[in-house]
Design a protein around this ligand. Structure first.
Ligand code: SF4
Ligand code: SF4
Length: 77
């Protein structure tokens, strides 16, 4: 029973952290210039079909990409 209780507490903590996270997202205003990909310190922005795309799972929300985008195409959700 003790192990089950610990697992439940652990799951609740992870969920709370995900709710608090304000992920950055690239909108359709993106013109695929690549500046954000060059700017991201983690290298987690890649070229997608219509826009560049942020790997939200790895993003640490530093904001460098949003500050560098000339089109204001990167928003925080
Ligand atoms: S810097 Fe802005 S316009 Fe350029 S690829 Fe990134 S999101 Fe798109
Ligand atoms: S907020 Fe920072 S870590 Fe996240 S995608 Fe933009 S530059 Fe990379």
């Amino acid at each position: 029973m003790k192990i089950q209780a610990a697992a439940i507490v652990s799951a609740a903590t992870t969920t709370d952290m995900e709710v608090m996270k304000m992920a950055y997202k690239i909108t359709e205003a993106c013109v695929k210039c690549g500046t954000c990909a060059d700017t991201c310190p983690l290298g987690i922005i890649t070229e997608g079909e219509e826009t560049y795309v942020i790997d939200a799972e790895q993003c640490v929300e530093c904001g460098s990409c949003a500050a560098a985008c000339p089109c204001e195409a990167i928003e925080q959700e």
